[in-house]
Ligand binder design. Structure first.
Ligand SMILES: Nc1ncnc2c1ncn2[C@@H]1O[C@H](COP(=O)(O)OP(=O)(O)OP(=O)(O)O)[C@@H](O)[C@H]1O
Length: 495
């Protein structure tokens, strides 16, 4: 509930309490007032009675001046410059607070404590927790620090590469360009990152959560991860959790005994048993009912399943890859998905980019899928292979593809079938394109004039769409992207 500030108790804070100048607030009180904190947690490694008494006095003053609820969190920290010790204590403290109040808006104060403490706040806010970083000084007041990067996507690949010697050993013997990933088309920066991360995750026997819009290749990646793992010889099974009636979910996952329910005329193993020794893709995991989530968690923890209608558990050895197009982290906040299950599944997290974020990949995909589709259709009687007219290709390149690669592929199949001449024409392509959903960016010209209409927001949406496209097209090079958009580099940077 509400804004929560975590701060290391600083000398400057205690000094402010004793300063006769009423304008001298110290960083914690200043930030608490400016950002209307409802709760402040002061971390301290003070041990002496005198220090703790002073801190108590400070906490009472802070609460009175800011209106926030103030709590002192004593921690054991042998050395305030030891990053590892600080990381462990700060993580424990934030986790404990989150357990008490999962909806709190976390803020970490950068202006109090040692440089090692600042570094740890930064690391935590950019990786493990969703938190804002706050800085304050007498000169510039309180500011929320905006750092436009994500450790998981921008650095994780590099970090894994450097630090994981064990992984290097495991991947030895596997060629650097994993054949398992060869059929995944795309060399844009986001795609290269996804493939690099998947290649590194594949040999580890850990669950992987694949996030991405429909048709972005989640199943394709799951199969490649399986093929590049030590389980490649074992089975690969995919189960769409959203396509099974809720009363049959348990039986499908864990199997059932004969007569366990109406219609169970014989005993049957579930997908966990069928995938034993291999990999199980649980697609649309967000659709799994809460009760089934509890049983899935138990299976993952204990490595055994109990068939419906039986009592004795059976051991299973299955690597689970889960996939979803919904924001599971938001689903957790809304109570639709269990947090403990999410943490269990999301050991490796793979985010697949939407096609519109993949820049030049679209050209590669059109060429490769066009050839693939023609080869497949060529097996049918009376099919004549065709070429793609230039303006038809340009039309495909200009489309926003809300259904991603799957939609592109099926559009190419339709166009190849509709075409009657030697070439697939612009008209054939237009006839093959599905109508765009009204919420997509291209519907930007047709928004109704209602309470939600906000022309400024539309401008921002449009701009951000082109900024993303320009960055994807230039592999993240901002000055080239600025040139593409015909704006000054500084303007582009500001956007
Ligand atoms: N990068 C890619 N290279 C080649 N083909 C791709 C790529 N991405 C997706 N495809 C193809 O697009 C189609 C859809 O892919 P896939 O089924 O893996 O998507 P998905 O994300 O699992 O979709 P959904 O969420 O709807 O289940 C498949 O035919 C797949 O082979």
């Amino acid at each position: 509930m509400g804004n929560l500030l975590l701060a290391w108790a600083a000398k400057e804070d205690l000094a402010a309490l004793e300063d006769p100048d009423p304008a001298e607030l110290g960083p914690t009180l200043r930030a608490s007032k400016d950002l209307a904190m409802e709760q402040v947690v002061l971390l301290t490694n003070a041990t002496s009675k005198a220090d703790l008494e002073r801190l108590d006095l400070y906490a009472t003053w802070l609460a009175a001046e800011s209106g926030a609820k103030v709590e002192i969190a004593p921690v054991t920290l042998a050395d305030p410059s030891d990053h590892v010790g600080i990381l462990d204590t700060a993580t424990d403290c934030v986790e404990a607070l989150q357990r008490k109040d999962p909806t709190a808006d976390l803020h970490f104060l950068l202006s109090a404590g040692t440089p090692a403490m600042h570094a740890v706040w930064l690391l935590l806010a950019k990786s493990r927790f969703h938190a804002r970083l706050v800085k304050c000084s007498i000169e510039s007041g309180t500011t929320v620090v905006d750092l436009p990067f994500e450790i998981s996507t921008d650095f994780a690949t590099g970090l894994l590469e450097r630090s994981d010697q064990r992984l290097v050993r495991l991947t030895q013997g596997l060629t650097p360009n994993q054949p398992a990933f060869a059929q995944i088309i795309g060399s844009s920066r986001p795609m290269n990152e996804a493939i690099a991360l998947a290649t590194r995750l594949a040999p580890r026997n850990v669950p992987v959560l694949i996030l991405g819009e429909s048709g972005t290749g989640k199943e394709l990646f799951a199969r490649a991860i399986h093929a590049a793992s030590r389980r490649a010889e074992g089975p690969f099974l995919a189960l769409n959790c959203g396509a099974i009636p809720s009363e049959l979910i348990d039986a499908r996952l864990f199997g059932h005994a004969k007569g366990a329910f109406t219609g169970a005329t014989s005993e049957r193993p579930g997908v966990f048993e069928e995938a034993n020794g291999g990999t199980l893709l649980l697609d649309e995991i967000g659709e799994l009912p809460l009760e089934a989530q509890v049983r899935l968690l138990r299976t993952l923890q204990e490595g055994e399943v109990t068939r419906v209608g039986e009592h004795a558990p059976r051991e299973v050895d299955v690597r689970v890859v889960a996939a979803t197009h919904v924001d599971l982290f938001e689903a957790v906040d809304n109570g639709g998905f269990r947090r403990d299950l999410l943490y269990r599944l999301a050991v490796g997290i793979l985010r697949l980019p939407a096609l519109r974020e993949r820049g030049k990949d679209l050209h590669e995909l059109i060429d490769a899928l066009f050839t693939e589709v023609q080869t497949e259709l060529n097996l049918e009687p009376d099919f004549e292979p065709r070429t793609l007219a230039k303006n038809a290709r340009a039309r495909l390149v200009g489309h926003p593809w809300p259904g991603n690669v799957r939609e592109l592929r099926t559009t190419l199949v339709r166009a190849a079938i509709y075409a009657s001449g030697e070439k697939i024409t612009l008209r054939d392509v237009e006839d093959s394109l599905l109508p765009l959903p009204s919420s997509s960016t291209s519907g930007i010209l047709d928004r109704p004039f209602n309470d939600a209409f906000d022309v400024k927001e539309l401008q921002t949406e449009l701009r951000s769409h082109y900024v993303k496209r320009a960055l994807a097209e230039t592999n993240g090079n901002k000055s080239q992207a600025a040139k593409l958009m015909n704006v000054k580099p500084q303007t582009f940077q500001d956007w």
